[in-house]
Design a protein around this ligand. Structure first.
Ligand code: HEC
Ligand code: HEC
Ligand code: HEC
Ligand code: HEC
Ligand code: HEC
Length: 397
């Protein structure tokens, strides 16, 4: 009897030890966050002298800056219909939001580490100071201007009612690059790939013009009414000019110059109508398109008869082509380098006497229709804009 009890306790003891060894072996390891986009900008207190961190509040005094920022896609970085559609997918990791609503104040959860280093297993808890209104503002004034609970500026002016710190090195293109240059494999089927910063560094504008000189045009003005003029910067962050919502205010920069060839007004039967359009990436400090890999330019030539029926058609494309499944792979990339020229040609041999019109169009596109349908984006999300639109009447005699 006693022997039995000894054996039994021995078995129980061994089982407990074995279980503990098993637990230790399968224990999850919490990895710290390392890359900048894995982390939110630390929670900020409202700077002394202010009532809130919201852009709307800053706009009460900085009226022009606020008005301009509303034109920018930065102000849509959270509400963007495509972003919201993608965020809902299981394949989108928590870190998507770190460049779109960068302040911890704008995020519902605080992420402190990754279980086994896996971006799909963040260690998170509710943020007690989460501010939903700030989240709606996307990349707002405070996202770029408030650090260590003070307003960062480039002069450290003592005229401001809020605590201000001079830090021009912080407010440099490095700030832009922290979000606009990311090359990371998220999963085999999902990569972050935009290299606007690297493209700029490799191009002819490096050392002459930077993100800020082109996208935040310098000007001289009062930054708050009644405080006198000083050097300032427009805050439109003008870019592709493709609006985020139908009818939204936007400001466009054009990277391309267009050089169309001449066309005769009349041609003989069996003669060849030939036309070309030369494009030059003259004004962008990086490739065009840049950034999001789904962006592209479409070039289309369409020759139509008097009834509007197409007798000849040709389309070309500037952009990247990716295969996303089973593994993300770039198949093609003919984006135009700064300074690069490219000619697109159209030719048609006439067959009969008739009146024709050659329509030539260049469009700038955020994404194609197929991808928009896949994400169930509605018509209120504009996919592109037209940047060159010419019609040439031709008579075949
Ligand atoms: C009550 C009015 C008021 C509010 C609200 C306000 N500011 Fe200011 N701010 C000023 C004034 C006044 C100046 C100094 C004007 C000058 O130097 O000409 C200033 C200066 C600045 C500067 C320049 C600092 C420098 O170093 O030159 C920045 C940047 C700035 N504010 C950002 C913000 C941001 C961001 C917010 C919102 C979080 C904000 N301000 C809210 C009044 C305000
Ligand atoms: C020499 C001026 C210049 C410089 C320098 C420059 N850009 Fe641009 N950028 C442009 C122009 C022009 C466009 C419009 C291109 C187009 O769509 O026709 C543009 C477009 C963009 C776009 C919109 C995407 C697109 O394909 O239209 C982003 C994003 C952008 N720039 C970010 C940056 C960043 C970040 C930097 C700094 C690394 C930078 N730019 C430097 C002129 C410049
Ligand atoms: C994407 C980042 C970014 C956002 C968003 C942003 N700013 Fe700025 N802002 C800058 C940079 C960079 C400078 C400094 C440029 C320099 O001095 O070279 C600046 C400069 C300023 C200045 C100093 C005067 C001037 O115009 O140069 C004020 C004031 C200012 N910002 C207010 C605001 C307000 C108000 C908002 C929101 C409505 C805002 N900013 C949003 C990046 C940003
Ligand atoms: C916190 C991250 C972040 C920072 C910092 C930032 N950007 Fe952006 N930027 C974005 C995101 C995200 C978008 C796109 C938002 C959208 O389309 O929903 C964007 C859009 C833009 C666009 C418009 C692209 C288009 O479609 O036309 C330009 C231009 C631009 N940023 C320039 C700048 C410049 C210049 C700076 C530095 C002063 C800067 N950004 C700093 C994240 C950032
Ligand atoms: C490293 C910063 C960063 C991270 C992380 C990031 N984005 Fe962005 N996102 C940007 C910038 C910058 C743009 C501006 C557009 C551009 O460069 O063409 C942008 C634009 C977008 C756009 C608008 C595209 C367009 O053509 O207008 C969508 C949608 C988007 N991001 C979704 C996501 C999703 C989903 C994730 C997570 C998988 C994510 N982003 C993670 C920086 C980031």
């Amino acid at each position: 009897m006693q022997k039995k009890i000894v054996y039994l306790s021995l078995i129980v003891f061994v089982a407990i030890v074995a279980y503990q060894v098993f637990l230790k072996a399968t224990e999850k390891e919490i990895h710290p966050l390392t890359k900048s986009w894995e982390k939110a900008v630390p929670q900020q207190q409202v700077p002394q002298g202010l009532a809130s961190l919201s852009s709307q509040q800053c706009g009460a005094c900085h009226v022009k800056h606020y008005e301009e920022w509303q034109y920018s896609t930065h102000s849509h970085a959270w509400t963007d219909m495509q972003f919201q559609a993608e965020l809902k997918k299981e394949s989108s990791p928590y870190l998507c939001i770190n460049c779109h609503v960068p302040l911890q104040n704008q995020q519902e959860y605080i992420v402190t580490g990754l279980i086994d280093g896996d971006i799909y297993q963040p260690v998170k808890h509710k943020n007690p100071d989460f501010d939903k209104n700030l989240q709606q503002e996307g990349i707002n004034c405070a996202s770029c201007h408030v650090r260590d609970n003070v307003v960062i500026g480039s002069t450290g002016t003592s005229k401001a009612p809020h605590k201000t710190k001079k830090d021009p090195a912080f407010l440099s293109e490095k700030l832009c690059l922290s979000c606009h240059n990311a090359k990371a494999v998220v999963t085999s089927a999902l990569v972050c790939s935009f290299e606007t910063g690297d493209e700029w560094k490799a191009g002819p504008f490096y050392g002459k013009k930077n993100c800020i000189s082109c996208h935040m045009e310098p000007t001289q003005r009062e930054i708050v009414a009644g405080f006198g003029e000083r050097p300032s910067h427009l805050h439109y962050f003008a870019g592709s000019g493709i609006p985020k919502v139908k009818g939204a205010k936007t400001k466009m920069l054009n990277g391309l110059s267009f050089f169309p060839s001449k066309l005769e007004k009349s041609y003989a039967v069996n003669q060849t109508i030939s036309y070309h359009l030369k494009l030059k990436n003259e004004f962008a400090g990086h490739r065009v398109p840049t950034g999001d890999p789904e962006r592209f330019f479409g070039i289309s030539f369409e020759l139509v008869d008097e009834n509007g029926k197409a007798v000849a058609k040709k389309t070309d494309r500037i952009g990247e082509k990716w295969e996303w499944y089973p593994a993300a792979k770039k198949l093609e990339d003919n984006n135009m380098n700064p300074g690069e020229e490219r000619t697109f040609a159209f030719a048609y041999k006439t067959t009969e006497k008739q009146k024709l019109t050659l329509a030539v169009k260049v469009t700038k596109n955020r994404l194609d229709k197929k991808s928009a349908d896949y994400n169930k984006l509605t018509d209120s999300y504009p996919l592109g804009i037209t940047v060159f639109d010419e019609k040439y009447p031709i008579e075949v005699k």
